[in-house]
Design a protein. Structure first.
Length: 353
């Protein structure tokens, strides 16, 4: 039987990577988003995940064997994050229930499973690194846990298998995404080169000096495909990172070199991008005009708040991948090359000079 994928959040960094991978491998792919991309081999479906009736109508003719949940909606508080994001998962799984076709559901969450939600990020009692999947939930409210619980309940009810995927910071190509470090840093570096401002590391001394890792969207897409089609991976949660480790004091110089600028010396004090870039809308508009770029609205490209949250952590963040390796997932992606690939795509699409 042909595998039929429903990719929820198909216009995002992860969803677009999963859609492309599966379509290229011959899957029948439906891409669900509020504003889905037009991708070759992907059937676009537009619907609001918070509107159960409209969602059921949009998915009435869809009979997916595999569902990939790759989206979330940021709210003003963690209580609202829980309410809204759990409802989105519940609505999708209820909308496709009548088809009776679902064999596997893969949910993308992240390392906030171990670090806590944004309101309590990196605070309180945290598990030791490297983070391992057997480390339990923190004793705090977290919308990731609520999303998991929706998947677990539906799996028990409807008989499909599931997998949970916990990436670190994701690099990939998507405009308008709420968590987009690579594009944010590319825009920042371009502005520094254009204005002559110093290319200052925005984060903490701990992040500058400690080991860390990242997750490329293509690596995550391969991991999602692997877990959803490997019987030994059924009903398991997995960490997923590129497979290398680095220190930001090395990576910052690598990024600066790619853009042909000097990395400013780090003085040990955070310099958050949300402050550094607060007044850069007009600068970017002028840079875009002079360079003939495709997007002059900086707000559609950058997410400095999220980059600041990742790079400002007061603790080391390293992820263990032994569980996936033991079960057969051996893919690898160099993290600096993952950044460079995104930069090249941004330049090719006239999104950076």
């Amino acid at each position: 039987m042909t595998n039929q994928a429903l990719v929820v959040g198909s216009s995002g960094i992860v969803g677009s990577a999963v859609s492309r991978l599966l379509a290229d491998e011959g899957w029948a792919v439906a891409g669900l988003a509020r504003r889905p991309n037009q991708e070759s081999g992907v059937t676009p479906i537009s619907a609001d995940l918070l509107d159960p009736k409209a969602l059921a109508s949009a998915l009435a003719e869809v009979s997916p064997t595999h569902i990939f949940l790759t989206t979330w909606a940021r709210q003003a508080s963690e209580a609202e994050n829980i309410r809204v994001n759990a409802q989105m998962v519940r609505n999708v799984l209820e909308a496709v229930r009548a088809s009776g076709s679902v064999r596997h559901v893969a949910l993308v969450t992240g390392l906030k499973h171990y670090l806590g939600p944004f309101e309590a990020y990196g605070k309180g009692s945290l598990p030791q690194t490297p983070f391992r999947e057997e480390q339990g939930r923190l004793d705090v409210e977290n919308f990731y846990y609520a999303q998991e619980d929706e998947v677990f309940a539906a799996a028990d009810r409807d008989g499909f298998t599931w997998s949970v995927h916990r990436p670190h910071t994701i690099t990939g190509m998507a405009v308008g995404n709420a968590m987009n470090m690579a594009t944010t840093l590319a825009v920042y570096a371009s502005i520094c080169r254009f204005t002559g401002r110093p290319f200052r590391f925005p984060g903490s001394e701990v992040q500058w000096n400690s080991l860390t890792d990242m997750t490329d969207a293509g690596q995550l897409a391969r991991h999602l495909r692997w877990a959803s089609t490997t019987p030994a991976a059924a009903n398991q949660a997995f960490n997923i990172v590129n497979g290398d480790v680095f220190r930001w004091k090395w990576m910052w110089s690598r990024i600066a070199q790619w853009f042909g600028i000097e990395a400013a010396p780090f003085d040990g004090q955070p310099a958050p991008l949300e402050q550094q870039m607060a007044n850069d809308a007009e600068v970017w508009a002028e840079l875009s005009r002079q360079s003939g770029l495709a997007e002059a609205d900086i707000g559609k490209l950058i997410s400095p708040w999220h980059t600041d949250a990742d790079l400002g952590r007061p603790i080391e963040v390293v992820t263990d991948m032994s569980k996936s390796r033991t079960l057969g997932f051996t893919d690898y992606q160099a993290s600096d090359e993952a950044f460079f690939e995104v930069f090249e795509k941004l330049r090719a699409n006239k999104l950076i000079p």
